[in-house]
Design a binder for this molecule. Structure first.
Ligand code: ATP
Ligand code: MG
Length: 304
């Protein structure tokens, strides 16, 4: 890696490290302030936007090599409470990447067919191929979040009764951690983002959705009902992060009260992950070089 890149990586690490969780033990959600902007004042917002644009550009370059290399896959998991900015973050951060190498899946309430399978089934079917980025807008983590907060959802999953014990959430988390370890061992880079918005900022954004006609469509009364379960959700998130944070599948708990900061950190995490792979375009061997030279000569020799 060249010197300039190493310097940028150092700066990226400084920005990202406070939010990276690779070891669950001792992690507490309340140690991360949703309003944190990493020491950047709101006067630095334009600078942050510039840096984001640079990040998006770098991501595009790396994705091209990633696709050509065709060995790793990248799975980006986005989890958050409503109005934390998942959709906007995904569209801003991924704005520069080639759509051919990237797929976004949004997971909603499961269908009857999906409920007829084990919980991982529907998520497993959408995993990214080698050389591609897969984005999960909500994910298998809902199985230990919304399903845990609303236990009646578990009833609908048609599990054999003797398997539904008090340990079920611990067991699911263990299976998720095992699944992610498996993916990592297969060459999938697994990055998990929890966009950590405060209850107060969520209220402000809901009110905005109610007040601004062009945002009305985003408003759902169900979201306000879910807000009533805030503490249960936070407990479920904390437990999930503790049980599944690892070096091979880290969590990034990103302050989400300021969208410009959220987007900058997410982009930085992805660029860092790409750079650590030290990607290069596949080398062309001598036989292939000869072939290319011959084709070139033939093309040049054509009359028209
Ligand atoms: P947005 O509101 O920004 O469009 P969203 O991800 O909130 O995006 P919605 O259609 O509003 O999308 O909601 C999807 C709902 O599906 C969420 O409330 C989520 O908790 C729920 N959901 C996701 N996975 C599951 C699951 N496995 N079991 C039950 N509910 C689920
Ligand atoms: Mg919603």
């Amino acid at each position: 890696m060249d010197k300039k890149k190493r310097e940028i990586i150092k700066r990226i690490e400084k920005l990202v490290d406070p939010y990276r969780v690779t070891k669950g033990k001792g992690f507490r959600l309340k140690d991360i302030d949703p309003g944190d902007t990493g020491g950047l004042g709101s006067d630095q917002k334009p600078r942050a936007k510039e840096l984001l644009a640079q990040g998006v550009q770098r991501m595009a370059e790396e994705q091209d090599k990633f696709y050509a290399d065709d060995r790793h896959s990248m799975l980006l998991v986005f989890q958050a409470m409503d109005a934390a900015g998942k959709d906007g973050t995904i569209s801003h951060v991924m704005s520069g990447v080639n759509p051919q190498g990237c797929q976004v899946y949004s997971f909603k309430q499961p269908s009857a067919e999906e409920l007829d399978h084990d919980f991982m089934w529907r998520y497993q079917r959408c995993l990214p191929e080698r050389g591609r980025i897969g984005i999960y807008n909500r994910s298998y983590y809902e199985e230990v979040l919304v399903v845990r907060v609303h236990k009646e959802l578990l009833e609908r999953q048609k599990m054999p009764r003797n398997l539904v014990t008090r340990n079920i959430w611990g067991e699911r988390l263990e299976d998720i951690a095992g699944f992610e370890r498996y993916l990592a061992r297969q060459g999938t880079v697994v990055l998990k983002f929890f966009l950590h918005v405060s209850r107060k900022e969520q209220k402000r954004r809901f009110l905005e959705r109610l007040e601004m006609p062009e945002k009305n469509w985003k408003f759902s009364s169900a979201d306000v009902t879910e807000r009533g379960y805030w503490r249960d959700y936070m407990a479920a998130y904390e437990d999930a992060i503790r049980a599944t944070a690892s070096r091979e599948a880290p969590w990034y708990v990103i302050p989400a009260d300021n969208k410009w900061f959220t987007r900058l950190v997410v982009a930085a995490v992805i660029v860092e992950a790409f750079w650590k792979l030290e990607l290069a375009y596949p080398r062309v061997d001598d036989a292939k070089k000869k072939e290319l030279a011959a084709v070139r000569k033939a093309l040049m020799g054509e009359k028209k």
